[in-house]
Design a binder for this molecule. Structure first.
Ligand SMILES: Nc1ncnc2c1ncn2[C@@H]1O[C@H](COP(=O)(O)OP(=O)(O)OP(=O)(O)O)[C@@H](O)[C@H]1O
Length: 586
């Protein structure tokens, strides 16, 4: 299929911004969402003070939409953000205007666009798909689909998700069978269909509404692919666009202005106010790399002890490989049950984990980018961020996974001592030093240091391979992604990554391939061990673990890879224990 010319993103329009009152703070219902359960619940009463005073019944919605809001979601009143946004969006079709919505995380943006979307297709039944909703991750697409289906419970409208990891022929048969009015998709999967599936574009000829959820991420990180997509769907003038996010930096406003029709409106529920939701206590602790694991374990432990039956913890890592390695380490070495969800998990396991973590009353999830935006896990009591986030926006979205819907929660940021620069980027947020920082760094009789000693994850073991991949991914993170922390030099990035790995129990920093070192601009770093390319190389999670490397490692450990105690660190004290001597002990 020929590639149509890209349209709207390239054209320029002028922007008319109509900021609303900035008095709209992030208050919403304390009622928990029905996500994660399929049963309808009775209407919930709204908590005084948390909600706006507008009822859904005042919006002039169709009877079946209203019934679903009351009976399936159990909501009566709009959140304050919804009260600002929904009347504008519902009345906008006649005015032919596009909208950008800026409202804090957890304030109900999803229903703010789903309700107008459903009313739109009811008023103007499309020949094919009438509403296309784009979101940056598979998990978010599935969550939005579920909400859309709940909202359509009493309407004969079908919703279909299109995400990576599902075969295209399966998508095609679902589209043929269900004939959806609403499609929710990740950009990559959608463009793949437009490029490869016969007559796919005809489905979208009657598209009247395009929604970009987490628009700043789609516009900045997926701009090229978004531009391709816009070549396939009806032009700007023929459809309405709604763009939403909890973070809309000014450069994104400029990009968005090109996607929207001239005269688009900005509905700003945050204004000059604090960018994070009211109910979240935000703390940070500064840890030497060698104590990172201790701080993480203690932060989780404190939460479990405070809330044995209802602790729900999300731990964010900067990379999928680090999340995977730590999940493995916690399970094997610390015997803790950990949910794991990141880009390196298979598609079906991601779906299962998402559902399980949504439904559990207590649990600990180790994750990375896949969960940081839009995900609505009910009752998350603690969010931990390990290492400095890449950006202010990332920090805000991650914090937004707790204290949603007017509830309360805590967030703890674990920064390396080299990363304190990050705090400048969030100096306007109510983030304070953890009052129990010293306790977080305390490892009773080096219990943890011993437990994670690398002697019991010898070269050749899955944990060793995962550690090698995690190390490479941290280097990649510092060299290519981290925009808020300047470590000063490539050597300092290697030192930071090495320290983290030693803190996680490695007896020495892993090595990476010469090729990867060159790709990351680290080939001249004398503090980095590099392995020359080898014919028998084995890809081990992004780093290259060669047969030669394994032989070397095996030789170092006495030639017997299956004998974990060659270096007897448990008897003599682990490398980590020894390295920590003189560190913050208590
Ligand atoms: N009117 C309402 N009354 C009570 N609860 C609501 C209402 N609207 C939404 N909620 C609930 O509030 C929670 C957060 O809503 P939602 O996921 O739409 O937030 P969001 O603003 O999209 O957040 P994010 O920026 O993280 O994507 C959900 O559990 C949702 O079901």
């Amino acid at each position: 299929m020929p590639h149509p010319t890209a349209s709207s993103l390239g054209s320029s329009t002028h922007q008319v911004s109509l900021p609303l009152s900035s008095s709209c703070r992030a208050h919403s219902s304390s009622a928990s969402s029905n996500r994660g359960t399929s049963t309808a619940s009775p209407p919930r009463s709204s908590p005084g003070g948390e909600m706006g005073d507008v009822g859904f019944s005042n919006l002039g919605l169709s009877g079946n939409t209203l019934r679903a809001i009351h009976e399936v979601f159990g909501f009566n009143e709009l959140t304050k953000a919804q009260a600002q946004v929904l009347p504008e969006l519902l009345g906008s079709e006649q005015r032919q205007s596009d909208f950008m919505v800026h409202a804090r995380a957890g304030t109900g943006k999803t229903l703010s666009y789903l309700i107008p979307a459903v009313e739109h297709v009811l008023r103007r039944p499309p020949p094919g798909v009438g509403v296309l909703i784009l979101a940056p991750s598979r998990e978010l697409v599935l969550q939005i689909t579920k909400d859309a289906e709940m909202l359509c419970t009493y309407h004969p409208l079908q919703v279909v998700p299109l995400i990576g990891g599902v075969r295209r022929d399966k998508d095609e048969s679902m589209l043929r069978r269900r004939r959806p009015a609403i499609v929710v998709a990740t950009l990559g999967k959608l463009v793949e269909h437009f490029e490869s599936t016969s007559r796919f574009e005809t489905l979208f000829e009657g598209l009247g509404l395009l929604v970009l959820d987490e628009c700043d991420q789609l516009l900045s990180e997926q701009a090229d692919i978004l531009r391709s997509l816009l070549g396939y769907v009806p032009r700007q003038g023929l459809r309405q666009s709604l763009l939403l996010s909890a973070t809309i930096p000014s450069e994104v406003k400029d990009l968005a202005a090109r996607l929207c029709r001239p005269g688009y409106q900005l509905l700003d529920c945050v204004g000059e106010g604090v960018a994070t939701q009211d109910g979240v206590e935000q703390l940070y602790a500064v840890c030497p790399g060698l104590f990172l694991l201790t701080a993480l374990k203690n932060a989780i432990e404190q939460e479990v002890q405070a809330n044995p039956m209802g602790h729900k913890v999300i731990v964010f890592f900067p990379t999928a490989r680090l999340a995977g390695f730590l999940a493995h380490l916690f399970r094997e070495q610390l015997k803790m049950r950990i949910y794991e969800l990141h880009a390196r998990c298979g598609a079906s396991s991601r779906m299962v984990t998402q559902q399980e973590f949504q439904q559990c009353s207590s649990g600990i999830l180790f994750t990375s980018g896949a969960s940081e935006r839009g995900m609505d896990y009910p009752n998350v009591s603690l969010v931990v961020q390990v290492l400095a986030p890449d950006s202010r926006q990332q920090y805000i979205h991650r914090v937004g996974r707790t204290a949603r819907g007017g509830k309360e929660g805590r967030s703890v940021l674990l920064l390396l001592d080299r990363e304190v620069d990050f705090l400048q980027h969030v100096s306007d947020l109510p983030l304070s030093k953890h009052p129990l920082e010293a306790e977080l760094l305390h490892d009773e009789r080096d219990h943890l240091a011993i437990a994670v000693s690398s002697a019991i994850w010898p070269p050749g073991s899955p944990l060793h391979a995962a550690a090698t991949g995690a190390f490479a991914s941290i280097l990649q993170h510092y060299q290519l992604q981290q925009r808020c922390v300047s470590l000063g030099s490539s050597e300092a990035a290697v030192d930071a990554a090495s320290e983290v790995m030693m803190g996680l129990g490695a007896s020495e920093p892993p090595s990476i391939s010469q090729q990867l070192a060159e790709e990351l601009g680290l080939q001249h770093c004398t503090n980095l061990r590099k392995i020359a390319p080898h014919a028998n190389e084995i890809r081990a999670g992004g780093a290259v673990e060669t047969v030669q490397c394994r032989k070397m490692a095996s030789a170092r450990s006495g030639g017997n890879r299956s004998a974990p105690t060659q270096r007897r660190p448990l008897a003599q004290g682990s490398t980590l224990r020894m390295l920590r001597m003189g560190g913050p002990r208590r």
